[in-house]
Design a protein around this ligand. Structure first.
Ligand code: GDP
Ligand code: ZN
Length: 395
């Protein structure tokens, strides 16, 4: 990645962070409006301003918990005011500062709060929809009584990567939460490069409010001519301004460049199993010593990583490795929103004969003309057409 792209990437991260903040503020705005109503009912005593919205948000969350009948309001407010680490009586629950979820499995999860790892149970109403309601990266309030810890409330997210549940597509499955950057890892060989999957990930990552980056691993396996042919497929992504890093965990090439992209961020590595996500994490931080899957020995192509885990790489860098995903459905995509993720079609669309041209079947379509002439990537256009059909566009 050249200096220019690196600078732009850093700027984009800042922009996305402030966008995330803005989303939180918006959420707080909603809360604020309902807080007005609650104030009338005498449930909240304070007026909400631009300055104190975060505190009031906390109070709101406490009020929500109270309505759910978890603990008494006085215990909660006392817990919050007392802050982290104070003793609580055996009967009262204690609420401390937000913790971050670093691993999540059925009915349980592991969090870090103030540098300390805690095992928590997940309350049954949350556990029944855990895969869609709680993910690694989530900020949560932990409720402790005596020995046991359990998740109280999941705080609003500034970003999330989701996909439809492969078993029940009407359900959403949350992959990671609150990440700045999502690195889609692909390999040049074993498994082969699949640009269509890249397009799908790009859309999901951007829709979820994170910045995408592409990491092409195993470049040691390709001959120079093979490499050139495969890299040509990645040109459209570079042209769109997405960082593209070529690397090999065998030779170490590109690892420093990838480190520069993830430095100081919370990021996730996503992609098909076997592309080398765990190997890359080990290359970024040798002390992790994650298990590496051997596809050939296992035969079935099963991956070793079965759930997401957040790793602290130091220097405010947190990397989440995720289980391999073979197919990637898109959640709730419509034809109107689909176009936003193919920005290269916007400019030529102005010259299409019909101003509501979908670029699928209309005569006088400038987009199709440029695809035929090779000026717009035929592969990208092909993905556009397929996704438009998935959205219900006439074939
Ligand atoms: P994951 O499923 O994405 O986490 O992939 P792993 O890190 O478990 O790696 C899958 C397989 O690819 C293992 O056999 C690794 O040794 C191999 N591998 C990973 N990175 C590279 C690379 O850069 N070059 C080559 N030749 N093999 C690699
Ligand atoms: Zn058109």
């Amino acid at each position: 990645m050249d200096r220019h792209t690196e600078k732009r990437h850093q700027k984009d991260i800042e922009k996305h962070r402030s966008y995330g903040e803005m989303k939180l503020r918006k959420h707080a705005g909603k809360m604020r409006r309902s807080a007005g109503a609650q104030k009338k009912e005498g449930r909240i005593e304070r007026a909400v301003s631009e300055e104190n919205w975060e505190e009031v948000l906390d109070e709101q969350l406490v009020a929500q918990a109270r309505r759910r009948g978890r603990v008494s309001i006085d215990d909660l407010v006392d817990g919050l005011r007392a802050g982290a680490g104070e003793e609580s009586t055996a009967e009262s629950a204690e609420w401390n500062d937000a913790a971050i979820v670093i691993a999540s499995s059925s009915g349980r999860c592991r969090v870090v709060r103030d540098g300390e790892e805690l095992d928590c149970t997940v309350p049954s109403d949350l556990a029944t929809r855990q895969k869609s309601a709680l993910a690694v990266g989530d900020r949560v309030l932990v409720e402790s009584d005596g020995e046991a810890n359990r998740i109280g409330i999941v705080l609003p997210r500034r970003s999330a990567l989701v996909r439809p549940d492969p078993i029940n597509p009407h359900r959403q499955r949350l992959i990671v939460a609150n990440v700045d950057v999502v690195v889609h890892v692909v390999s040049i060989k074993t498994p082969p490069l699949r640009p269509r999957l890249i397009d799908r990930y790009l859309i999901a990552i951007q829709r979820g409010g994170a910045l995408p980056a592409l990491c092409v691993n195993k470049i040691d396996l390709a001959s120079p001519s093979e490499l050139a042919a495969e890299l040509a497929k990645l040109e459209p992504y570079k042209a769109l301004g997405h960082p593209v890093v070529l690397c090999s965990t065998e030779s170490g090439e590109g690892i420093a460049e990838l480190r520069a992209i993830v430095q100081g961020t919370t990021c996730a590595l996503v992609g098909h199993s076997g592309v080398g996500k765990s190997s890359i994490l080990n290359a970024l931080d040798a002390s992790l010593q994650l298990a590496i899957g051997d596809l050939h020995r296992r035969g079935s192509g099963r991956h070793t990583t079965t759930s997401s885990t957040l790793h602290d790489l130091g220097g405010s860098t947190y990397v989440i490795d995720t289980p391999g995903i073979r197919e990637f459905g898109l959640w709730n995509l419509t034809l109107a929103t689909l176009r936003d993720y193919f920005p290269e079609l916007a400019e030529p669309a102005v010259l299409c004969r019909f101003n509501d041209c979908t670029h699928l079947h209309e005569p006088g379509c400038e987009v199709k003309r440029l695809v035929d002439g090779g000026e717009i990537s035929p592969a990208r256009y092909d993905t556009y057409v397929r996704l438009a059909q998935e959205c219900g566009a006439p074939t």
